[in-house]
Ligand binder design. Structure first.
Ligand code: AMP
Length: 267
């Protein structure tokens, strides 16, 4: 109702969907939305449908009151904290979208059903908020590609904007899950960024570099699910450096019980 009246006054609405435990990465999205739109809505909702592991869902950090303070500090207009029944009412029908490659590979391979859950919640939140622009982090690059494609295919009238990853001084990508790491683990995890930097070494074939980076992570004690060098357009593997104009190194690791993902774009 409130958003509708603002829209009727010709105000533009920027939307930042999150799962809370807000950090500077999230706040960078809010700040950009503030720069580009009249009104900014941040949603905090830990979406059960995108967790393929019940323990991961239960352990996910939830810090709503400190999140609200952070949103006030950056002058976010609206904080939307729906509960499960608001997002998924009884008669709820998910949108019909599937992406063969992105749903099945990399994150999709290790987290079956994850992207279906992501598209379901994002499409539903876009339906509720009806924003002009929605902001997503390139930290979740595969998610960004999925959402961009889903919004196009489903004919949703929101512009999808992707923004660069915000990192700790050590290079570790900011993530709500970092709150689950000990100080020592967080220090150790900075090897992820060093491995990603190493991926821009064109003196060997991509598959050789992938193996070196994978081994670097494993040798540091991280259980590495994948380390791949792919086309930045569609995340398909590249055999030669000339196969793609811009490429991206993507990785997922487990550090004890905490799963971390990161990537680095090269052109
Ligand atoms: P999440 O709360 O983890 O679902 O993330 C909400 C949004 O913030 C997603 O679009 C993420 O890609 C984005 N995000 C998470 N971490 C970062 C980061 N370090 N830098 C920029 N954006 C981020």
């Amino acid at each position: 109702m409130y958003l509708k009246s603002l829209k009727n006054q010709g105000k533009t609405i920027g939307f930042v969907p999150t799962m809370g435990a807000l950090h500077k990465g999230h706040l960078s999205l809010i700040k950009m939305a503030k720069n580009q739109c009249d009104v900014v809505v941040c949603c905090i909702f830990v979406n059960p449908k995108q967790f393929n592991d019940a323990v991961d869902f239960d352990r996910y950090p939830r810090t709503v009151s400190s999140d609200i303070e952070k949103l006030k500090a950056v002058d976010c207009t609206v904080c939307f904290t729906p509960d499960k029944d608001d997002v998924y009412p009884e008669n709820f029908t998910p949108v019909n979208y599937y992406n063969d490659y992105l749903f099945e590979n990399l994150e999709g391979n290790f987290r079956p059903g994850h992207f279906k859950g992501v598209v379901t919640v994002v499409a539903r939140l876009l339906e509720i908020v009806q924003p002009d622009k929605a902001y997503f982090g390139l930290k979740d690059y595969q998610q960004y590609l999925v959402i961009k494609d889903a919004v196009t295919q489903l004919n949703i009238k929101t512009e999808v904007i992707g923004l660069a990853t915000v990192r700790e001084p050590s290079g570790l990508a900011m993530s709500s899950r970092n709150a689950l790491l000990s100080k020592e683990e967080a220090e150790l995890a900075s090897v992820i960024y060093r491995a990603l930097l190493l991926a821009n070494n064109k003196s060997e074939l991509p598959e050789v570099i992938e193996k070196q980076c994978f081994d670097m992570l494993e040798n540091a004690g991280l259980k590495t699910e994948y380390f791949n060098i792919c086309s930045a357009d569609n995340l398909k593997p590249i055999k030669n450096w000339t196969d793609a104009e811009s490429y991206i190194a993507v990785t997922a690791v487990k550090l004890n019980r905490v799963r971390l993902i990161d990537n680095l774009l090269f052109s």
